[in-house]
Write a protein of this length. Sequence first.
Length: 180
Amino acid sequence: MKMEQAGKNCFGVLRTLGMIVMVAALAVPAIASAADTPRRPNIVIILGDDLGFADMGSFGSEIKTPNLDSLARDGVRFSNFYTHASCSPTRSLLLSGVDTHLNGMGNMDEWTAPNQWGVDGYEGVLNNHVVTLPQLLKDAGYHTYMVGKWHLGKAPDQIPAARGSSATSRCSTGRAVTGT
């Protein structure tokens, strides 16, 4: 009787050990795949309104900007970026990657001349003909945030939350703070 019991126990141990080996064998490719997946970079884009190219130390300024210099030194610098004469059109370029007349910000809404009213490209809002960088990043699984001035539309379908961030609030300065 003791031999039978010992045989059953041995069989149970072997069966359990076999199941553990089988689960481990199935898990190894998944673990290896996860280890091979490159870590996605954090992406931080800073648009400085009323900040000239040479106002940062990393670009030759005599002004001390150590935190911005550190970001520039350790990251990627946009050294061939085009701007417009005012902030909203420039922001629309950076967010959409297309000319202001294609994204609806041919001019700041507040400065639209009478001959520009109702003309395509001068809607004064970031139109829905373009996709924004935050929308693309959010679709790729990133958490997106926007802090600061917006001035690219005030309607619910035009605010930062509708263009790549899913939450919007106001900080003490009254500027939009959005994120997911």
